[in-house]
Structure formats: C-alpha cells, structure tokens
Design a protein around this ligand. Structure first.
Ligand code: GLU
Length: 470
C-alpha cells in the first residue's frame, strides 16, 4: 500500500503553529514511507475563507520546506461531487430526507430536556412511510439529507495514537449530510475528499476525534475503507493551559520574523508530541528516517520558547555555511539592511565566528550590526556607556598608533593596542572596550582585532574618527 497523507487547513487565517505541526507530521509520515503528501484547502465556509489566507498557508508551508505533491485541492470546487454522493446515499437507503423545521427540532430538544432525556434530535422522517414522503416531495418542501446512523451498538475508532475509542451509537445523531440548499456539510466533504484523494492515513489534532466517529459511519454507509486515524494531542502552553498568543500560538510567519530557521522549526515542531529516544536535535533527513505514529505521545505537548531557541541555535551552528549565509542575507534584507557585494563578503567572512554565538537570525543580525550598519553608528546602551567620559580622548591618543600598525592584520593591531595600554598604565580591556564600542556600536562583538580586519583599515579608522571628532 502506498501511504497517502494530507493536510487540510481551513483558510481563515495564517498557518498557525498547531496547523504547521499537523502538516509536518503528515509530511514526515508520507516521506518516511515514500508515499504522497497532499494539500487540501477546506474553503467551503465562503464567508470566512479568503484567498489571502490560502496564500499565507502556501507561503508558510513553503517556508517550512513542507512540499506537497501535486496541486492543492480546493474543497469548495468539489461540491458537485459531494452532492452526488449525498444523492447516492439517499438512493441506497443509508440516508433520508428530513423535513423537520427548526421550530420542530427546538421543540423536540426542549421536551427531551424537560424529560431529562439526551437532547439528541431523532427525526420523525427517518422511518416515515412512503406516502408521507411522496406527499412532501410533491409539495416541493425544502428538506435536508441526513445520515441514517445506527441507533444501537457501538461505534469504534481504532486510533493509532489514542487506541480504541468507543462511542455508544445512541449518542450520535443522524447528522445532516446535505443542507436544504443542496450544499454539503463539512463532515461529508471530508470523507468524500479523503476517499477520492486516496488518503490512507488521517493525522490531525485530537479536537477532531469525535468527528472520526461520525466520519466512520459515513465511510461505512458508503462501503468505503476507513483510513487509519491518528489524532494527536493539541499543543499546550508551558503552564499546561491551552496555547495562547503569549505562549506562542502565532502564525509561522511570526516565527520566521523572530529569526527561527526552517530547520530549527521542523526539528522543534517534530518534538512537540513525537519523540525518538532521547534525541532532541536531529536533521530533517533523520526525521524522515525515524518518523512513525507509534512514538506520538498521548499527553499534550508543551510549547517552550527556550527549547525552541536552543534547538534553533544548534541548526544555526550546524547547517551548511552557504545555506546560513543565504538565510541571513534574506533576513537582513527583510529588515531593510542594504546588502551590497562588499557587505555580503564581510558577512560571509565573519559568519563562522558569529554563528557560534547566535540562537536566532535576529541575534545573528544583532551580532553582525557592525557589518550591516553604516556610519555614523548608533551605539546601543552598553556601547554608549563605554564611549562616555574620557573615552574619546583615549581613542584619539590611540589613533596614531593604529595608523602606524602594518600590515592591517590582527596581530600587529593587537601589539599596537597592547603597547599603547601599557604606556597609559591601563589594562588592555580598558582600551579594547571603547575601541569595540566605536567600531561596532555594541557592547559585545567578535574579537575586536578581527573586527578591525573585517571592516578594513579605512572604515575602521573612520568609525574611530567619528567618535573622537578627529
Ligand atoms: N479543516 C479542518 C481544520 O482546519 C481539518 C479537517 C481534517 O483534518 O480532517 O481543522
């Protein structure tokens, strides 16, 4: 059997982090088995679905590197097919027309409540006689089509994560399949689409578990194979409560803008609910090799920004240098940093040192501020402090010694600064700190002599002159 999975988001907003994890699990499972990963946009709710949201989902998936097979399917475009299947069910007796009005249904529920019975609506049309039905048909009264669900016994879902889950048939009503205007309800559309798309495994959030019971009934009524269901526990915040914005319930675009890299996100999202022994950090190839449904946990995963940052830092340190450079260039450009060829060269040269100290691209850009910034620099708080008081005068006295240092390489520069500090009766740090501040505008940076070489003689001396007024 070829494995076919799908991700079926409703395009009503950005691709949020929970959806991204669902997509990742489906993608990893399909890729592990050499199967197919399909994308279906569940856009039947016309009022809430927007093309912008669909585009945001595509974009989020592309950024995460979750490539889907074939064209994305629009659920709304398949309404005719859904309606056809509803009509088939009516014809084969697994569904029936129901003419009950809203008032009748409300009255039924009110009475059930008063008699302390379950408020499950039982349509009188389920077992109505043929003449009554023919009369309604002849009158052209509007009706819905309902599933003729079993009234007795149990509905069992064998879930790959949750195990065997059982419902009493009497607890599930005869759900509506087609509305009175002939449009399909979500529950029918999902089943028909999953069947037609050949989906073998449905991996999704456990908020859909009860839907699986209802959908199983539709599959059975149609004589179709029920796919393997795997309902994954939702993501919670670090305190165990439902994930809120503060906890990280954001779109993947927000994570991109915070400077997380796709490799890090994939790794972290995989660990939100799935594990491979004690492995915390792994590559996407390893994820594809290892991913299975058996190791999905039953408990809710907790979102943890610190862990995400750590994992992201690992990937920043270990990914191929040209890949990191490309990500960094895009990220810096998105923040309006002008990246001419000289700046790119400088960044590339400094990258091996910088990447060791950054967990996110945001931190990397901050560390690379001295390369990205243009004169005159805007010192941060620490740098401003280092440049206060007599610091400019000190740097002015140092300047001729730097002019004299040849060649413009770390060790002659270091010698010059050391000798100057000794003559001034100062520790090296007392000179290096304001020097760093003048050159980088920051309180922390890579080694100050390396920075001078990266910047080049003219730029370095000009930055110092900006501070000394020389
Ligand atoms: N469209 C549904 C949602 O966004 C998913 C349906 C499914 O995966 O079966 O929650």
């Amino acid at each position: 059997m070829t494995v076919v999975t799908r991700f079926a988001p409703s395009p009503t907003g950005f691709l949020h982090i929970g959806g991204a994890r669902t997509a990742l699990f489906n993608w990893a499972f399909a890729r592990h088995h050499g199967g197919q990963f399909l994308l279906r946009i569940e856009d039947t709710d016309r009022a809430r679905s927007t093309p912008e949201a669909t585009e945001a989902i595509f974009e989020g998936m592309r950024w995460l590197g979750l490539d889907w097979d074939g064209e994305a399917v629009s659920q709304a475009s398949r309404e005719t097919r859904h309606a056809e299947i509803g009509a088939d069910m009516l014809a084969n007796g697994t569904a029936y027309k129901c003419w009950s009005t809203k008032e009748e249904i409300d009255a039924f529920r009110a009475q059930a409540k008063a008699e302390k019975r379950p408020p499950l609506f039982l349509s009188p049309w389920r077992d109505a006689d043929a003449d009554a039905i023919a009369a309604q048909d002849a009158a052209g009264e509007p009706y819905v089509i309902r599933l003729k669900a079993p009234r007795e016994g149990q509905v069992v879902v064998e879930d790959a994560v949750q195990g065997t889950v059982t419902w009493e048939a009497a607890q599930l009503d005869d759900l509506i399949l087609l509305r009175s205007d002939g449009t399909p309800v979500y529950m029918l559309a999902v089943v028909v689409d999953d069947h037609d798309m050949g989906v073998t495994h449905v991996i999704r959030g456990d908020d859909h578990l009860t839907n699986a019971a209802r959908q199983s009934l539709i599959y059975r009524a149609l004589g179709w194979d029920v796919p393997v269901f795997a309902h994954i526990p939702l993501i919670h915040g670090p305190d165990g409560a439902k994930l809120s914005k503060r906890h990280g319930a954001l779109g993947v675009d927000a994570y991109r803008d915070m400077g997380y890299v796709p490799e890090g996100m994939r790794n972290y999202l995989a660990r939100l609910g799935w594990s491979h022994g004690d492995d915390e950090v792994f590559t996407t190839e390893e994820l594809m090799d290892w991913f299975n449904l058996e190791a999905i946990g039953k408990g809710a995963a907790r979102f943890d920004f610190a862990k995400l940052a750590n994992i992201n830092g690992h990937h920043i340190r270990s990914m191929p240098e040209d890949r990191l450079a490309a990500l960094l260039f895009d990220f810096a450009a998105a923040q309006d940093h002008a990246l001419d060829a000289a700046t790119r060269d400088m960044l590339t040269e400094a990258l091996p040192g910088l990447r060791e100290r950054a967990k996110t691209l945001t931190e990397l850009v901050d560390l690379a501020y001295y390369i990205l910034a243009t004169r005159p620099l805007e010192p941060d708080e620490k740098a401003a402090k280092a440049l206060a008081g007599d610091a400019p005068k000190l740097l002015a006295r140092l300047t001729p010694h730097l002019h004299a240092a040849t060649p413009w390489k770390p060790s002659p520069l270091e010698d010059a600064v050391r000798r100057f500090a000794e003559n001034e009766g100062l520790k090296l740090g007392k000179v290096a700190q304001p020097l760093r501040a003048a050159l980088t505008g920051r309180g922390v940076s890579p080694g100050v002599f390396d920075v001078m070489v990266t910047l080049g003689r003219d730029e370095a001396l000009a930055r110092i002159a900006d501070v000394t007024g020389g």
